[in-house]
Ligand binder design. Sequence first.
Ligand SMILES: Nc1nc2c(c(=O)[nH]1)N[C@@H](CN(C=O)c1ccc(C(=O)N[C@@H](CCC(=O)O)C(=O)O)cc1)CN2
Length: 283
Amino acid sequence: MATILDGKKIAAKLADKVKENVKRLNEKKIYPTLCVIEVGNDPASKIYLRVKKNLAKKVGIKEKTLNFPADIEQAELINTIKQLNDDEQVNAIMVQLPLPEHLDQEKIIEAIDPKKDADGFHPYNQGRLWQGKTDIVPATVRSVMTFFDEYNIDLEGKNALIIGRSIIVGKPLASRLLEKNATVTIAHSKTRNLADLTKKADIIVSDVGHAHLVTESMIKLGAVLIDVGMNREQGKLLGDVDYEACLPKASAITPVPGGVGPLTVASLMRQVVILTEKQNYGR
Ligand SMILES: Nc1nc2c(c(=O)[nH]1)N[C@@H](CN(C=O)c1ccc(C(=O)N[C@@H](CCC(=O)O)C(=O)O)cc1)CN2
């Protein structure tokens, strides 16, 4: 039976640490501030933003959300980001994804000052990550790596399969796993015979948004399964991994909900503190 990797427990531990970090900054009259940009009224984003707001308040991070209508013009959004880049009261900026289709996500992310890039999605920070500089890391990637640390899951020489090649998870995670000396494969929508790859994997991280894509017959005995997928079906939240069926065969597994999600939000708060500390280095 697999060890259940408890995202809520690890998130609470990380949040306590972040709260201490914030207290220390406050003693120097530094008040970490996160500005969140929300475009439109996507129901799932609303849930995630509420979780972020609540945790920011709990750990003492100042948070303000700017909500724009779904039909906002790209130039106006980029202009707002530029103003936030210049605002000394703002330490960290993030744009909640997904964005409405008429907006160019790449251009919007590129408008964020890399020094205030809470998500670590800016090409400059993604490039630094590939060079092994691990201070600014996308929150979901930080969350996945924290599970390996907290549960002493050794990565050296292991076959790690990432399913999904987004800049939010798949690509930056590959660089972190390589740093830890795993042998990394990235599968994606055009991959043939996915099961051939999953059966050889010691570690599988799935982020494709396809409910129960990874089944019991596709994994090897003792595999570590990290499920980033979040699929809402008939009011239920399901992961990319068939959790119940894989539980007896895996050695460790994250549940959905209660796995990667909560730890991602705590990791974002950690990232806000890191950005604030870097901006105030020497104070
Ligand atoms: N700018 C960003 N946009 C998005 C990101 C991101 O990292 N940056 N990731 C996801 C959404 N996300 C954070 O923004 C996120 C997803 C899930 C959770 C979470 O706590 N999930 C709970 C379940 C909550 C529910 O009931 O739906 C869980 O897994 O237990 C938090 C944040 C896409 N966009």
